[in-house]
Structure formats: C-alpha cells, structure tokens
Design a protein around this ligand. Structure first.
Ligand code: PMP
Length: 378
C-alpha cells in the first residue's frame, strides 16, 4: 500500500478536476479572447471556474485573477502592490516564517529601494496582532502574513492582524498567502479585512501550473508582465482555460466536505500525536496553534533525509521538514525556536482527505523500527 503523506508539497489531482481539464481541452478549446462562438464558450468556462473558486473563498468571482501558481500570485501581490503605492510610502512588513516566494519578492523590493521589516514570532506560540500594530507606521504600504505555515502548520491570525494593521494605518494593504489553508480551513475573504490573498491549485487536488490571486474590489496593483492585456491587463498571455476548469472543479468537489475533512484531520492528528508521545526520541513542532493537516516532528539522532529514504522503502512518503528547496535550510524552524540540529532531524507529515488512521499507524511503526535499526548502524 502506498502511503502518501506529503500533501503539503503537492496533491494527487482529483477525478473531478482531471475530468474537467480533459473536457475543456477536447471540447472548450477556444481562446477566450476570440470573438466567435468558440471563444465565447471558453470565456464562459473561465467565468464558471471563478464562480466555483469564489464560493470556496467567499468573495466575488470578478475579484479573482488566475496565475501560474502561488509563487506568481505572491510575487504579483507584493511587487504589484508596492509599485502601485510607492508614492505613499516605502515600508513593507512581513514575517520570518513566510514561503520563499514572499521573502524573495520582499528582497527584490529592497533592491528596488523599499524598506522591508521582517517580524520574528512573539514566541513559540507564533504571532500576535499586537506585534503587527506596533510595527506598522505611516510609511507602511503593505503587510504580508501567511494564513497557515507550510512547514509546521502554524496558524497566523490574519483576520485579527488585518484589523490591527488597519486600526493603526487604514491605508496599509494586507496580503495573506493562503496556500496551505485553502480548502483546509474555512475562509471568508469578504469579511476578512484582507486586501490580497494567494492560492495554489496543486496543493488542493488541481493540477500544477495554476493558482489565483484575490484582489479586493477597489484595490489597485500594477502588472508584472505585459502583452495582450488579458485579465484586465494584470496578467497578459493566452489563458489556460483547461487549468481554470480543473481548479474550479477541484474547489467545487471539496468544498461541501470541508468541515467533515477538518474533523477527520483533527482526529488523525490527535491519534498521531498520542502515538508519537510514547516515543522518547520524537519531538513534535505542531501544537494546538497549528492547522490539523500538518504535523512536523523531529526524531533525535536521525537526519531527516535518512528517515525520509528509510520510509520510502516501505512506500511511505514524507518531506524533510527543514528544507524549502532541496538541501537548503529554510529558517522557519529556527525562527520558531527550533535548534539547528533538531531542524535537520525534522520531517513533515501532511494529510489529505484519503489519509487513514491505519496509514499513520504504519508510519509510527516504521519510525520506531527505523529508530532501532538506524541507531544500530551508527
Ligand atoms: N506559499 C506556500 C505557503 C507554499 O507552501 C507554496 C508551495 N510550496 C507556495 C507558496 C508556492 O506555491 P506554487 O507551488 O503554486 O508556486
């Protein structure tokens, strides 16, 4: 039995998304910019996909912009907003636990003459809205804080952060990277106080190569690429309607099960933590303040790559928790107070709706076995 526990890295495409993609490629293959019937049908499918996604985000369909993924959405949010607001101020505020697609975009803004402030967590519990309120001033044009961290599942209270930021400076825009929260936790963008929100298809049972940026009505950002003026001039290029259709279908298929899945993840996590608590070598980094579908854990004495490949022999797939891209430490665990050695011994387990209690029991069994057999080799 294959036990895939790396769903925060990417997911299997669901049947509904694959079917919608194939159907669009075979029958609705027109260019939505074309003026004839084939173009109109493609445009309609694109609009329908936005309606499906908007239902999962509780926003207006017209506020959604399709991108190639969340990396592009995050880059567009940060750089597009900063460039649009540069006459008003020069400071961007973000956190030490963001994904590289936010932190590297912030670094690019620094090279362009903006000031970037990176907030460390208030403590192992994570971030508080007050920290943001304190750090925001009249020069702050943009705040970017992720909703769920991809390494430990840490939840940042983005709604309260947006409130605190706006109370201090109503002009400051607030962006949230929602990749690891989308279709996992309830999201209501309309009443969130946020202005920009990024999501990615392949973390939510849609194919790779599609994502979206929500831009609250009335918020102006500048484009990063130029061409035929598609998507209101914000992202030129012929639109991959088959990927839109897949993304919309994936959202529509999963949305009705969100609460049920959330309960399922909570039960899985509770069971896993209980079993892990009985293993003295294991430290868990994902506590109460973390989303229930991600569990980050360290096994004392076994480097994460060693454990990852050990588990792989039994068709159990996890990710090495400290690496954002192969071999490069991400700094997230360090920011959360995890020492370097423990960070190097950290693996991340992430669930999907199909994950079962039995799969996690098998994982724990193999981890225990690994502890004794790998320790003997040392
Ligand atoms: N943000 C977070 C929190 C992520 O986990 C990821 C994917 N690792 C991204 C952004 C980038 O998403 P994409 O792969 O769609 O570019």
């Amino acid at each position: 039995m294959e036990i895939y526990l790396d769903n925060s890295a990417t997911t299997r495409v669901c049947r509904e998304a694959a079917a919608a993609c194939c159907q669009a490629m075979e029958t609705v293959f027109g260019n939505p910019s074309s003026l004839h019937k084939k173009g109109f049908a493609a445009e309609q499918l694109a609009d329908q996909s936005k309606i499906q996604l908007a239902a999962a985000l509780s926003c207006a369909p017209g506020e959604l912009l399709f991108t190639s993924g969340a990396t592009e959405a995050n880059n567009l949010a940060l750089i597009g907003a900063a460039e649009a607001l540069k006459r008003r101020g020069k400071t961007i505020l973000t956190t030490a636990v963001e994904h590289p697609s936010v932190l590297e975009a912030a670094q690019e803004l620094e090279r362009r003459g903006f000031r970037v402030k990176i907030l460390p967590p208030a403590g192992p519990e994570g971030y508080t809205p007050e920290q943001f309120a304190q750090a925001v001033d009249e020069d702050t044009i943009l705040v970017s804080a992720m909703m769920v961290n991809n390494e430990t599942g840490l939840i940042l209270p983005v709604k309260q952060i947006a409130q605190a930021v706006k109370a201090k400076n109503p002009q400051t825009l607030v962006h949230a990277d929602g990749v690891q929260a989308f279709l996992k936790l309830p999201i209501r963008l309309k009443s969130s106080g946020l202005d920009l929100f990024s999501i990615s298809g392949h973390k939510a049972a849609a194919p790779k190569g599609i994502g979206a940026l929500w831009i609250r009505k009335g918020v102006r950002i500048l484009p990063r690429s130029f061409g035929g003026g598609q998507q209101a001039g914000l992202r030129s290029g012929t639109e991959p309607v088959q990927l839109y259709a897949a993304f919309g279908a994936a959202a529509e298929a999963q949305l009705p099960y969100l609460q049920e899945n959330l309960q399922h993840y909570r039960a899985l996590k509770a069971g896993l933590l209980e079993q892990l608590a009985a293993i003295p070598e294991v430290t868990v980094h994902s506590g109460e303040n973390c989303a229930p579908h991600i569990v980050s854990l360290a096994v004392r004495g076994i480097r994460s790559e060693i454990l990852l490949h050990y588990l792989e022999q039994f068709e159990i797939y996890v990710s090495s928790g400290s690496a954002c891209s192969k071999g490069k430490p991400s700094g997230v665990l360090e920011a959360l107070g995890v020492d370097r050695r423990t960070a190097d011994e950290t693996v991340r387990v992430s669930f999907c709706a199909d994950t079962t209690k039995e799969m996690l029991e098998e994982l724990v069994f193999r981890v225990k076995e690994g502890i004794s057999s790998l320790a003997k080799q040392r």
